[in-house]
Design a protein around this ligand. Sequence first.
Ligand SMILES: Cc1cc2nc3c(=O)[nH]c(=O)nc-3n(C[C@H](O)[C@H](O)[C@H](O)COP(=O)(O)OP(=O)(O)OC[C@H]3O[C@@H](n4cnc5c(N)ncnc54)[C@H](O)[C@@H]3O)c2cc1C
Length: 664
Amino acid sequence: MSNSDELRAKHYNEQEPRPCGEAECDEEAHTQQQIALAGWQAGNRLRADGEEDPLRIGVYICRCGGNISDVVDVERVAETVRLIPGVTIAKVHTFVCSDPGQHMISNDILEENLDRVVVASCTPFLHEQTFRGAVARGGMNPYLYEHVNIREQASWAHKHDPEGATAKAIRMIAGAVGKLRYAQPLEQIKLPNHRRALVIGGGLAGMKAAADLASRGIKVLLVEAGTRLGGHLNQWGKVYPSERTAAELVAELTQRVQHDPNIKVLLNSRVTAVSGFIGNFKTAIESRHHSASMQSRAEVTVGAIIMATGFRPYVPRDGELLYHSQPCVLTMPEFIQLLSSVSPDTKKLTYHQQAIRKIAFLHCVGSRQLDGVHEPGANGRLNTYCSRTCCTTILQQALAVRRRFPDVEVFDFNQDIRTYGRGEENYYSEASKAGVVFFRYNGEEPPQVHRTPSRRISNGALTVTVKDALTWGQELEVAVDMVVLGTGMMPGQIEDLIGQMKLATGEDGFLQEVHPKLRPVEVAVNGVLLAGTAQGPMNITETLAAAGAAAVKATAMFAKEDVEVHPYVAQVDPALCHGEAQCVTQCAYEGALKLVEMEVDGEIVSRAEVNAGLCVGCGACVAVCPHRAINLNGWRLDQFEAMVEGIATDLPQPPCASELVSIH
Ligand SMILES: Cc1cc2nc3c(=O)[nH]c(=O)nc-3n(C[C@H](O)[C@H](O)[C@H](O)COP(=O)(O)OP(=O)(O)OC[C@H]3O[C@@H](n4cnc5c(N)ncnc54)[C@H](O)[C@@H]3O)c2cc1C
């Protein structure tokens, strides 16, 4: 025991059990606690001379500006956890994540000779890395650190039960201290890094990511399934908010991509296989050659993959809002193409030789769908999300119609208008000024499209009916010549790639990032990044920003000769392994675990071996090994046991007048 431990134990032993808050410590419980606490000493390290070397653990409890301390009695938590053997100091701070909070940890490591640190604060998503950094700056191995989330899991979860929240926070910290007793210093794993990126999809996002990477000297293979670069932009005319033609934008980026010696473009090509791991992905690419109707296949090793596979426009079912049953019901992409095909000096808008004098634009077709109101698509799902770009596109097109063909009346049917981007609200105000007539419906009662009865046909062949909220729910009928369905975005059809790379999708079916704010272009598979609308509906500005961010992330990955990944991977003890392969069968990550032959005591035996690059640290292998021969670094079985013991052990009530370090 260290001096302070001895003093503390003496202090505790000499104290008569006395009331502390509402609880009374009785003699028997006191003895039980002493036994349990003594058991905890077992985790202390043995020095080379065989003597025990007690741990010196620092515990830091954050008030989180009241988020925690308004509910959890943080002072009592500190007083109590200070009694755990091995805990050298327990401090309370208003914001441990602040610079002074972090300095406190680094300084204490140096001055108090700490060798383990626990921070009890908010979610590890926010600040685990912050505190690992503070610990490393104090000269300690950053993996001798435990993060305890007493905000989301104690003060927020039990805000009406301060006593319970405080007791839970104490047990959670005691669990972390227990786990730390068996922690071992770990190092980031270094893997070879092939300085070449594969970008899948040659739309705006793919081209931007490829061009940015290449400008930093990184070789890029850009694989596009179609016959040309540019993706959906090839179908649009002038695009908001710049009102430049989409063709100009595509041409500018195509120029950059095709003339950069660092970029190789493969058109008519698809990625058919992906294996490996960050820095070292093995991919197979198949290309079709039109002239010779031949296929070729290439195998390429790349360090990073950028998913820029884009979106699919929503296509209404036959008969949905009379689509495909009436020629003058068009989707938005079809209408944009119609308008682009009309020569600038044409004065009258016609379609199939019919004069178009009244047009209705319907918002949210295929987006923001509601159960019981809309029918699920072929995939059995409703598109409940907002496609984000349709409102501005509709207003832009409505305004263009009014300006080019002032005789054409335009009606807009919306449940609300979401022109969220910079400058986009102007389209709404300009469209209003230009005479576009707006109707607002409740999402549960969307407008319907009917054929106009023949006797009223001179008003327009189609009638839109709506319960209009702007006229206090009046049922209105508007006869028009054309209906334009404001169709939104659907996830791309990339199930093959999702399966090969084990990518996650959100409820909306788009590729899912790790964290929308903190890691917005990364996925759970290291080395795979997201660019553009493969991740969800985005306009051009957002697509370019996301693609730029993915390129920056990939560049940072290539900055080092080796790729460094976290050390939480499985590790096999060949001395305990019997080569029975339950772990290999259980492993869901191809190649992460395999049996290899090795010589033990002159005999050739099979033993499990981990590929650290492919292991994601899920622990499925650990659970099935009957010999405890496989463990997860940082989450070893002995650590789990000590953690559970820590949580389950009743701690003594703190002596009421103990010294407490509280920093404001
Ligand atoms: C009707 C409509 C109008 C719009 N108008 C505007 C506007 O005016 N202003 C604005 O800011 N935004 C607008 N947008 C949004 C804009 O279209 C998108 O932001 C942009 O197209 C996204 O580019 P992307 O590269 O992510 O996707 P995409 O344009 O879909 O490109 C993806 C590319 O990946 C390729 N691909 C897909 N799968 C594979 C595969 N497995 N292997 C290889 N290649 C593959 C595709 O062939 C395609 O070339 C509009 C959207 C819609 C629906």
